[in-house]
Design a protein around this ligand. Structure first.
Ligand SMILES: [Zn+2]
Length: 188
């Protein structure tokens, strides 16, 4: 898979799927690099906070800034997830894939992740959000040069760190996320 970077605006175009690259917005020095060969899974998250289906880029950046500030207050690494997807499908690249996320206690050095803004305890994410998450997963695969399993945060968490993330609706849309990844894949 070829990733084309366009200088301005910073948009990654992956076979027509757009990812908005805002890594330059979050630049504190709390970073650790991990080798791509170490990655064994991609964790799917929600942020657990209700999110309207119609959001503007201004709303979204405010939400992302809040996630960044919360992480900084916890003394976590720069940004918790490499990607955050909104219900309208807009997908942001927030943390360099080389950099360790803060998303899966004890396993961050060997996983990457995608967060979907919203709360999916009872209702599933929009189809647009599922498609955006698929694009983020394919971007991760292009970086890691390997197909690794996709899992619910709760299923990948160590027993000492139980969670319900990414919500109890996961069984109703996991297969759709996998199908969306396959549908977007194009051989190089
Ligand atoms: Zn999570």
């Amino acid at each position: 898979m070829k990733i084309i970077t366009i200088a301005r605006p910073r948009v990654l175009d992956i076979h027509g799927q757009r990812v908005l690259d805002i890594r330059h917005r979050y630049t504190n020095d709390r970073i650790i690099s991990n080798p791509r060969a170490a990655i064994v899974a991609i964790a799917i998250h929600h942020d657990g906070v209700a999110m309207a289906n119609a959001s503007s880029p201004t709303d979204e950046l405010a939400r992302l800034d809040a996630i960044y500030n919360h992480a900084a207050q916890q003394d976590w690494l720069r940004f918790p997830y490499p990607f955050v997807v909104f219900p309208n499908g807009r997908t942001y690249y927030t943390l360099n894939l080389n950099h360790q996320p803060s998303q899966l206690a004890g396993r961050n050095h060997k996983t990457r992740g995608v967060a979907i803004a919203g709360n999916y305890m009872t209702r599933r994410p929009s189809n647009q959000a599922i498609c955006g998450a698929a694009t983020a997963i394919l971007t991760t695969y292009a970086w890691s040069r390997a197909i690794v399993p996709i899992g619910k945060h709760a299923d990948l968490a160590l027993p000492a760190y139980p969670t319900s993330c990414c919500g109890n609706s996961w069984p109703s849309w996991a297969k759709d996320l996998h199908a969306a990844v396959l549908a977007r894949y194009t051989a190089p």
